[in-house]
Design a protein around this ligand. Sequence first.
Ligand code: ZN
Ligand code: ZN
Length: 248
Amino acid sequence: MDVITVDSDVFLCRGRDVNWVLLREGTDLTLVDTGYPGYAEQVEESVRRIGGRPEDVRGILVTHGHVDHIGGLAHFHDAFGTPVFAHPAEVPHVRRDHLEQATPIQVARNSHRRGVLPWSLRIMRAGALQDVAFADVQPVPADEPLDLPGRPVPVPTPGHTTGHTAYLVPSAGAVATGDGLCTGHATSPTAGPQLLPKMFQHGDDVAGLSPLDGLDADTVLPGHGAVHRGPIGEAVRAAREAATRRKW
Ligand SMILES: [Zn+2]
Ligand SMILES: [Zn+2]
């Protein structure tokens, strides 16, 4: 696990197969996403590595309800009482009133593709098949700064999932884009702004890029892949372009 200092109080934490983000204000922290269930210890370790304590996390923001992003919610909530927030349209997904996620059968059908088999074995070890339904998630309003460390602004980006949401950190010009805009993935042969393979998408993922286009940001903190620096409009264009070449 790597912790990359993006700005003095903004950190991208990179686990083997998924990222999460830490925002700091004084000693208080906001955590955006929590990795797979098996990453709980790494997520705690990332907090300590920037000099914090897990109990200093004032809130967890969820980009979307996939197992690789919400796997640590129950752990943080049970151990530290950390409140959990998501966009109203994603709350039912986090609660597992419904599920918009690639099924084991869909993954198996693509297991001949580059990187898919080793990735699927790794994520199973990380708890990808565990039940991560989390009932205690609270809805937050979009398009205004939240009263949480880093003052993140939820930016709805429906596409990857129905209520997928990015989080803009205005003071750093950075956006945690979740899986709405990635820069790499274990199953992708390329690095740079891109959309995940279609089996991971549950709506119009290309349209889901549009809300990012006009943001005042020049740093992308993706759910998968490396930090991307440069005007976000250019990253969006590059991802749209890459999507036209996407084969699956
Ligand atoms: Zn996802
Ligand atoms: Zn993901």
